[in-house]
Design a protein around this ligand. Structure first.
Ligand code: MG
Length: 182
């Protein structure tokens, strides 16, 4: 028992994960299988950790321009336990509360991890969204500046979580884009 195989998760554990996450039974089992197939054979998945760089290359993430940031935010000291992966998948699932998605988007976009999205963070976000080569640096800077002007309600030159939340709730497209099926 407990070893990595497709039926190694106990019914009680599965039910517990369903309660603790926004994931369906089927999603949890699929993530379990993916996690197990990445673990060394015969090891207990509950005790294994996968390096964030490895999880970054999973098909669901490898095309995402924010994959390294996502992995940084959801991993623990650079690696993923099974529960870290579940936590990540839960936030990106269709059923996750919009306010939670916004909170995690904020952390992902806060490149310098200082608790605010400043002009440079915004430029990084835009640069990745446009894939680097469709806009000039001047255009990126002016776009970031424009977003700040619109969303920075207290004019301190950066967005707090509350300001970001306020801006995001006016952007229905956002919740659609903040979805990954694991
Ligand atoms: Mg920041």
């Amino acid at each position: 028992m407990g070893l990595c195989s497709s039926n190694s998760m106990k019914k009680g554990e599965l039910e517990e994960y369903q309660v603790l996450t926004f994931l369906t039974k089927r999603e949890i089992l699929r993530i379990h299988d993916a996690f197990c197939s990445a673990c060394p054979q015969g090891k207990d998945y509950r005790e294994e950790k996968l390096p964030a760089e490895q999880v970054c290359t999973w098909p669901q993430l490898k095309v995402n321009p924010f994959r390294d940031r996502i992995c940084q935010v959801f991993s623990t000291e650079g690696s993923f336990t099974f529960e870290d992966v579940l936590g990540m998948a839960s936030i990106f699932s269709q059923m996750a509360h919009p306010s939670l998605k916004i909170e995690y988007a904020f952390r992902i976009y806060d490149f310098n991890n200082d608790g605010f999205i400043d002009e440079e963070d915004l430029q990084n976000v835009i640069r990745r969204l446009v894939n680097g080569n469709k806009l000039s640096e001047e255009e990126i800077a002016s776009l970031a500046n424009h977003i700040l002007e619109e969303a920075d309600l207290d004019n301190d030159g950066m967005l707090s979580l509350a300001e970001f939340e306020h801006a995001m709730t006016k952007s229905p497209d956002f919740l659609h884009s903040f979805r990954i099926s694991f």
